[in-house]
Design a protein. Structure first.
Length: 134
């Protein structure tokens, strides 16, 4: 994603607070999930995205949180954004409403989860939870 980071002058940081980096997951799909979430962090920022990615582990789970400084999502739409074809009204960004439904589907197939915390004009944090391999 480096070319996109450079094109949009994104400031991206990564912090890992776990030593165990083994997870039981489909590499291709998890990479696509992360790409989707990071791409959204870029697309839904008015200018100069700031993206913080944090990987942590606790009780046989991995948590990956992607925090941005984007436009945010009104609380009344937050539960709907994971539905197939759903688009937040008036966000003026091209797309078909498939990205977050795909992410949700992949998390469900991995017995994981995705959540969002967001405030208008203050950005969003999407968190995915994956089980560690034993």
């Amino acid at each position: 994603m480096q070319p996109q980071f450079e094109k949009f002058k994104a400031n991206v940081t990564f912090n890992c607070t776990t030593d165990n980096t083994n997870i039981l997951a489909d590499k291709t799909h998890i990479k696509t999930v992360l790409f989707n979430l990071i791409d959204n962090a870029i697309k839904y920022c008015k200018e100069h995205p700031v993206i913080n990615i944090e990987l942590s582990g606790l009780n046989h789970q991995f948590k990956i949180a992607i925090q941005d400084n984007g436009i945010g999502i009104d609380e009344k739409y937050q539960s709907s954004i994971f539905e197939k074809f759903y688009r937040v009204p008036k966000n003026n960004v091209a797309g078909y409403g498939l990205g977050l439904s795909y992410v949700t589907h992949i998390m469900n197939l991995h017995n994981g989860a995705i959540t969002v915390q967001s405030n208008i004009n203050q950005g969003s944090t999407f968190t995915i939870i994956l089980n560690q391999s034993i």
